[in-house]
Design a protein. Sequence first.
Length: 239
Amino acid sequence: MDPSLLAGFALVSLTLACTPGADWAYIISSAISRRSFVPAVIGLLVGYLFHTALVAAGIAALVAGSPQLLSWLTAIGALYLFWLGISTLRNWKSAAFHDGPLEEIEAEDRLEMADASAPQPTSGTLTMIRKPKLRRATPRADFAKGLLTSATNPKALLLYVALIPQFITEAAAWPLALQTTLLGLLHFTVSIGVYFAVALGARILLRSRPLAARVVTVLSGLIMICLSIGLIFEQILLK
């Protein structure tokens, strides 16, 4: 492929990856509330590989050309994004860079409060307290959430359909499918650097600032909710 086309696409890809949106909101939320944000980021990135495969196979163009199918995809993506935003808002009080997963810390906090409010045993009395089982946030769940966030994002699908064809040419020695795959992998590579930088930056800046971490968590949840509502209203207005 023409190196100038690759350089131009890389610049556009970097600009898009650096634009805050649903991905950024989920990344920052995971960086604040999880022991490791890696599964969440990898899930988002794998979603872009999914879009790359769809575009290379020509399926994405068929989806984009079917208004009814695209509307269903938009509705599913919007509802999932809304649910993710609500889940993020529900956990805002515990966003403070804990050593363990967020759900585990919340369970421990509830247990400590229950122990503190319980009457103290008198001398000669043996009291047994049964601790509840702690629900852990697994890396697999974080990965799945990230994958669904990007894979069900209709904006990402349309972006691939509209952007990638601008940088491929029939005069090139490579087949169109191979050119499409290369550009998709280039966007994937650019997103790796940007997304991990966002996650690390959020963790470093907010590590010792619990209040700021909670504010950012609330903002992340609100952004997801607003984006989901925007997707739904956009479909209503288009109809």
